[in-house]
Design a protein around this ligand. Structure first.
Ligand code: 6R9
Length: 654
């Protein structure tokens, strides 16, 4: 945040302070102190209180083989039991667990009792196929009830699932199946998105035909779109046929707390995706704790996380966290812009959503849509049910934060800007909605028990106000356990020698506010630019650009420069049409001056290019490495298989 930007502070309402799980800053500080004074006791007490154990643990943390930490290692539990059976046993059987809204608007409600029955039937079907504890099962499904059922059923029989996002290609699916050595694949005939039926099974078939997938013995196919579907005799079975006649009772497989619940592939700094391996006990504990502390979940809440189950956010905040809390949640099949860009707001209105959790990229695109079409502006809908908003996935620029706060939250709802990663499993830096005064653009303070810090290249903590590298000093229960099949890469990536193997390296830069100690994430470390010896977060420049009235979205990267070390290149999407010629030249000048005014002349982008959109992965992340190649004037050589909108590369060539 530049000094020139006015910092506004938003205090939680009195009502929030009074009723929230973490009440007031005193409440927050007391939790932090409890963890500081007795780290293992802090986590151990919560693990006992918040999870049901088949066999209690006697040791909280085992650091003997660091950085391969173990939590609650001699305890046994089952994640699906904790998400389903215990809610049914506690009188929540008839409570709605899932409200599924299909792409076409059809709504299906599933109670806890019903969900337990569905999961048990499919778990029995999996057992019948020979799937057992420790086997890997790849799930390649759209957003669906069956997607959640499949994950829970794997957990129930002790199989380790690995979800591959439904937008990934056959090659990407094949690579993940091979790396995981999966015995079964669960997919669907197709998926509905934006009014279209898209095939999925043909992609799965292609993946399996590419070689390296011999470990797959069974393919289960959910019927979603109907129509022709290739079913290979002896290998493929319809999901409904597999469940037919199965018992609604299925004894859970009691597993050790460290048993791998899932592997989730995520991009690293190299081309090959990393299979991030998570545990059962520690992971579930922090999924629950994030629901309780960051989202202040209560039994009468209607919780909606818009992420896909193919990403970690969908794991922790759709498939596991809300269910383990006995919450009612929305599962949405479609896209935010169909039938129009008011879809999210209409769904909040229809289902009386109380907690809404989405990504800055979605907010920015809906700002643009609302500017162009007042009919889909959030203020046109009744959003009075909302009491809390969340943001995740990337830093939220203050302008988008403010719009979200004013227009979606009606100036009433706190925004929890939750910083975390696939590797952290759950929130690590985030406001507590009934405690932390919020500052737009800052994820504020560490989750109680998380010892986050900002350090220099040698691992020494830097003073507040000075940018550096974000690390976590002590292991935490929901952390990554290893990279599947590659423990050396795990150590190198996350516990590097530079820090003597003692600090978890998040891969992001951060700066703490001089007065409050609040964290602001400055972007991935490889996104920090050095222009004439000045360190600058690309996010800071993007934020300034987006604050300009004409700009809808911006991404900034560095390009090597003979004089200044690096030069700033900005890729910009305007709210109006994409300008060309003289008009473009005029807007470029205007934006350069604007950034110069907002941050300082040093931050002025040297080169500004306009596109109708930015290159994004299907999960909505801007592909910065690709932008860097474009900025340098190079041909794009990197893999673009995860790119949602390849045609805009041409526009951004410059
Ligand atoms: C949960 C998730 C992780 C990376 C992370 C950081 C960025 C996520 C953020 C944020 C600033 C936030 N990120 N949340 N940056 N503020 N609130 O997104 O996991 O897909 O693994 O991405 O996303 O750069 O390192 P994942």
């Amino acid at each position: 945040m530049s000094n020139e930007q006015q910092v506004r502070i938003y205090n939680p309402s009195e009502e929030m302070v009074k009723n929230a799980a973490v009440s007031g800053m005193d409440g927050y500080r007391a939790l932090c102190k409890e963890a500081e004074d007795d780290y293992e006791g802090f986590w151990g007490r919560r693990a006992k209180e918040l999870l049901d154990w088949k066999e209690p643990f006697t040791q909280v943390l085992d650091e003997s083989n660091a950085p391969f930490f173990k939590w609650f290692a001699d305890g046994k539990l089952n994640v699906s039991y904790n998400c389903l059976d215990r809610n049914v046993n506690n009188g929540l059987g008839d409570k709605v667990a899932l409200i599924f809204e299909a792409d076409n608007g059809d709504v299906t409600k599933v109670t806890y009792k019903d969900l337990l029955a569905r999961v048990s039937k499919f778990a029995n079907a999996l057992r019948g196929m020979g799937v057992k504890k420790g086997d890997r099962v790849v799930i390649y499904l759209p957003m669906s009830i069956e997607g959640v059922v499949a994950m829970q059923a794997c957990a129930r029989v002790g199989a380790t699932h690995s979800i591959v996002f439904g937008g990934f290609s056959a090659q990407a699916l094949r690579d993940r199946i091979e790396d995981a050595g999966a015995v079964a694949l669960i997919t669907s005939d197709g998926q509905h998105r934006g009014g279209k039926a898209l095939p999925l099974k043909p992609i799965a078939d292609e993946a399996l035909s590419l070689g390296g997938c011999d470990t797959i013995k069974n393919v289960v196919v959910v019927k979603r779109t109907g129509g022709d579907c290739n079913i290979v005799a002896g290998r493929d079975v319809w999901f409904h046929d597999a469940c037919e006649g199965q018992s609604e009772v299925c004894e859970p497989e009691w597993v050790e707390a460290e048993h791998p619940l899932f592997i989730l592939y995520t991009s690293g700094s190299t081309g090959k995706p990393k299979g991030v391996q998570h545990s059962s006990g520690g992971y579930l504990l922090q999924a629950v704790l994030s629901m309780k502390y960051s989202f202040d979940i209560k039994l009468d809440d209607i919780f909606w996380c818009t992420a896909d189950i193919g990403w970690v956010t969908g794991h922790t905040f759709i498939s596991y966290g809300p269910l383990a809390c006995g919450a009612t949640e929305i599962v949405f099949e479609g896209v935010p812009t169909y039938p129009d860009a008011g879809r999210f707001w209409k769904m909040i209105q229809d289902h009386k959503v109380t907690i809404f959790y989405t990504a800055p990229t979605a907010i920015r695109s809906l700002i643009k849509a609302a500017d162009n079409n007042p009919a889909v502006h959030p203020t046109k809908y009744d959003l009075s049910s909302l009491r809390l908003l969340g943001s995740v996935g990337e830093p939220i620029n203050p302008a988008a934060w403010q719009w979200y706060y004013d227009n979606v939250g009606g100036g009433r709802c706190p925004i929890v800007d939750t910083f975390w990663q696939t590797e952290t499993g759950a929130h690590v830096i985030t406001p507590m909605p009934g405690a932390t005064p919020m500052v737009p653009g800052s994820c504020t303070l560490p989750f109680p028990g998380i010892q986050a810090a900002v350090v220099d290249e040698t691992g020494t903590e830097v003073p507040w106000g000075q940018g550096g590298i974000l690390v976590i000093k002590r292991p935490w229960p929901s952390m990554i356990r290893t990279i599947w099949g590659d423990p050396e890469r795990f150590k190198k990536s996350y516990y590097p020698e530079d820090f003597k193997g003692k600090l978890y390296l998040a891969g992001d830069g951060a700066i703490r506010d001089v007065e409050t100690g609040y964290f602001t994430i400055t972007g991935r470390i490889d996104d920090v630019l050095n222009v004439s010896g000045h360190r600058m977060g690309t996010m800071e420049i993007e934020s300034a650009l987006v604050a300009h009235e004409k700009v809808a979205e911006a991404a900034v990267v560095g390009r090597p420069d003979d004089v200044t070390g690096e030069a700033i290149v900005a890729f910009v999407v305007l709210k109006g049409p994409r300008p060309t010629g003289d008009e473009a030249a005029a807007v470029i000048k205007e934006l350069q001056n604007w950034v110069g005014h907002e941050i300082g002349p040093i931050a002025k982008p040297k080169d500004i290019r306009f596109g109708e959109n930015l290159p994004k992965t299907r999960s909505g992340k801007i592909m910065r490495r690709l932008l860097r190649q474009l900025a340098k004037g190079e041909d794009v050589t990197q893999d673009t298989s995860t790119l949602e909108n390849p045609h805009i590369l041409e526009q951004l060539k410059g």
